[in-house]
Design a protein around this ligand. Structure first.
Ligand SMILES: O=C(O)C(=O)C[C@]1(C(=O)O)C=C[C@@H](O)C=C1
Length: 385
């Protein structure tokens, strides 16, 4: 095959890819039209029956064109996911017009290339507006900027599939005057990053934030006698690796590339699937439509008597509310006293949820709702009448 033939084939492929994009954009616009109908008629965004029928038809048609079911299913699952997420974003914008300004000032940990920055871009990619990024050096600084109005939103990592809950953030939520208004999960791919030309055997020091150190503990144990230096963010770890001969940093490949470090080893996390979940906080709570999956997070202190936690949890069971996370943390200054963090699949506008929270007040010393927000889940919802 000559070069000319290859160029001509590539030209045809380019044209088809552009046509596909035009069609995808057209599909999105039509899907936006559907959400207007759903708002007016109070219908859930996700319609699983319609999606199933659509996929079945497309898989059959794909087969007749020589495309296998797995491929067609994957392509259209991605398209449908995008459609649902965009519809949800539109719905929320409609419900909270004041909160969705033209500019989003967002405070997060670290700077260019930090995992928080990547998660921030993912979360705001579906929320139109100009992003003003504010890199911070501590979690307190993030909530502080939101509390004093310097930032509209703050992004805080709350848990990771390898290292578990991030206690510092749970403790901060006990006192911070902020509301949780969203969540975003981001896959974290840790790499060992070095200045070009550095060999693994030359490394005598590794810089990282405590979280990547914890998430890559098995890999690090295998390296033997190498010094570990903790940094307040991945961005500062990268800078230190750049400035220190025979050293390395743990960060994402993209972050390394941004500053001129190269990947010497990848896939360092203890778990192959390494994801971090972040919460998005703001000064004021948001309303969440009943038409989309919703979470409510709260803190509660149970009474100091036998069975009080079980009694409190029974209330959720009795009201058919799914509890998706339960975490306990000590109360600073009160040894052996605990507060519980609870995540529920629930929307505060639902009467059965309001009722459950009233009953919870009677069975606990203290309850505070941290926020009611759009869940990342794409599950279909039932609308309570
Ligand atoms: O048909 C609808 O109800 C739509 O909202 C459109 C659409 C789609 O993109 O095809 C999106 C979400 C629903 O779960 C089903 C289908």
């Amino acid at each position: 095959m000559t070069n000319d033939v290859l160029n001509s084939l590539r030209h045809d492929i380019n044209e088809i890819d552009s046509d596909l994009l035009v069609l995808l954009a057209k599909r999105r616009r039509i899907s936006h039209g559907v959400v207007e109908y759903k708002i007016a008629n109070n219908k859930p965004i996700r319609d699983e029956a319609r999606e199933l029928a659509l996929l079945e038809k497309l898989i059959g048609y794909g087969k007749s064109l020589g495309l296998d079911a797995y491929y067609v299913n994957n392509v259209f699952q991605t398209i449908l996911e995008d459609s649902v997420l965009n519809q949800q974003a539109m719905l929320q914008k409609n419900l909270n017009p004041d909160a969705m300004s033209e500019t989003h000032r967002v405070a997060y940990l670290g700077g260019q290339g930090s995992y928080s920055q990547l998660a921030c871009h993912k979360y705001f990619s579906r929320r139109p507006g100009k992003l003003v990024e504010m890199g911070c050096s501590s979690f307190e600084q993030i909530t502080g900027k939101v509390e004093n109005g310097q930032a509209d939103f703050g992004l805080l990592p709350i848990e990771n599939t390898s290292s578990g809950s991030i206690n510092e953030v749970f403790d901060l939520l006990q006192h911070a005057q902020v509301s949780i208004v969203g969540e975003v999960t981001h896959s974290v791919e840790h790499c060992l990053l070095v200045t070009p030309g550095t060999e693994l055997s030359q490394i005598s020091k590794i810089f990282a934030h405590p979280q990547p150190f914890a998430q890559c503990s098995r890999f690090l144990q295998g390296l033997g006698d190498i010094q570990h230096e903790t940094c307040d963010s991945t961005s500062s770890a990268l800078q230190l690796a750049l400035d220190t001969p025979n050293s390395a940093a743990i960060g994402s490949a993209q972050a390394g590339k941004n500053v001129g470090l190269e990947v010497i080893k990848s896939g360092l996390a203890n778990q192959r699937e390494n994801h971090s979940r972040f919460i998005v906080v703001a000064r004021k709570p948001l309303y969440v439509s009943k038409q989309i999956p919703t979470k409510t997070s709260l803190i509660m202190a149970t009474k100091q008597q036998a069975g009080s936690l079980a009694d409190a949890l029974m209330i959720f069971k009795e009201h058919n509310i799914n509890l998706v996370k339960l975490e306990s943390r000590p109360v600073p200054g009160n040894p052996w006293e605990e507060v519980f963090y609870v995540d529920l699949e629930a929307n505060l506008v639902d009467n059965h949820v309001k009722q459950a929270l009233e009953e919870l007040k009677e069975h606990t010393q203290y309850v505070r709702v941290l926020g009611c927000y759009q869940s990342e889940s794409l599950q279909a919802v039932n609308i309570e009448s």
